[in-house]
Write a protein that binds this ligand. Structure first.
Ligand code: KIV
Length: 272
């Protein structure tokens, strides 16, 4: 069963900083609706990310680009209604913050006001500096996201590991230090070499949360559907599946279909 710390009544940005300070790893997972978020929160996950991966796993798009701010707010408000303990962080979707800093601020404020979430996440480093400053200036906590940033997938052209070359690794380190100096409370590091994660996590005071970034990040995050094996086609090397729910759910539903066809459901006790 879960080993989550029962002393933590409500996880805040300060709580996850304290976890890093005392060397306790931070668990993070995505969720996109009320029922999922109830499960994730009850299991003791400290940070719930309403990720724009909803575009892939909830809506079936190939990339995270199509999801809109309104759709993110819908997912985030469903999650917030379920959560009693975790810190809820919401992705600012593609196109809602890169244009200019006023637009970024408007988008972040809509998320905070309309969903009740506790923080936002933004992808990128120096390129989005002004937007990060503006959002932080309104008192909205910001989590950064470096390495493989899926909103830039058409620039990268592939989902391969990022920052393997020295120049890109150096830029990532500079971006991470910049995000910390601006006041971000944490940074997601996605799909980068484990050695780079180790140096970034040692250099930064704020927590790093890794995905496909090795064991030395201060915390780990996965996508809900991937961890539970709901999406059985996605099998990257970094993913550990803790259940095979695609199989469990398909078999259960096939069983239901059989029972309906055989007229054994509902039985007498299941009828009024
Ligand atoms: O959208 C998302 O799910 C994410 C995580 C993979 C970090 O950004």
């Amino acid at each position: 069963m879960s080993v989550h710390n029962p002393d933590i009544k409500r996880v805040t940005t300060h709580t996850i900083q304290e976890l890093k300070n005392k060397g306790e790893k931070i668990s993070a997972l995505t969720a996109y609706d009320y029922s999922m978020a109830r499960v994730v929160d009850t299991a003791g996950v400290e940070v719930i990310l309403v990720g724009d991966s909803a575009s892939n796993v909830m809506a079936g798009h190939e990339t995270t680009l199509p999801i809109t701010l309104d759709q993110m707010i819908y997912h985030a408000s469903s999650v917030v209604r379920a959560v009693k303990r975790a810190l809820v962080v919401v992705d600012l979707p593609f196109g809602s913050y890169q244009g200019n800093s006023s637009e970024a601020l408007r988008s972040a404020i809509r998320i905070m006001k309309e969903s009740g979430a506790h923080a936002v996440k933004m992808e990128g480093g120096l390129e989005i500096k002004e937007s990060v400053i503006r959002v932080l200036s309104a008192g909205v906590p910001v989590m950064g996201h470096l390495g493989l940033t899926p909103q830039s997938i058409y620039k990268f052209g592939t989902y391969a590991v990022r920052a393997k070359e020295e120049a890109e690794a150096e830029k990532l380190m500079e971006d991470a230090l910049m995000l910390e100096s601006l006041g971000c409370f944490g940074v997601v590091l996605e799909k980068i070499p484990a050695t780079l994660t180790k140096s970034v996590s040692h250099k930064l005071r704020i927590p790093t949360i890794g995905i496909g970034a090795g064991p030395d990040a201060d915390g780990q995050i996965l996508v809900f559907h991937d961890l539970l094996g709901i999406n059985n086609e996605f099998k990257p090397r970094f993913l550990r599946r803790y259940a095979e729910l695609h199989k469990v759910m398909t078999e259960a539903i096939a069983h239901y279909v059989d029972d309906v066809k055989a007229n054994t459901f509902p039985n007498e006790k299941e009828a009024y």
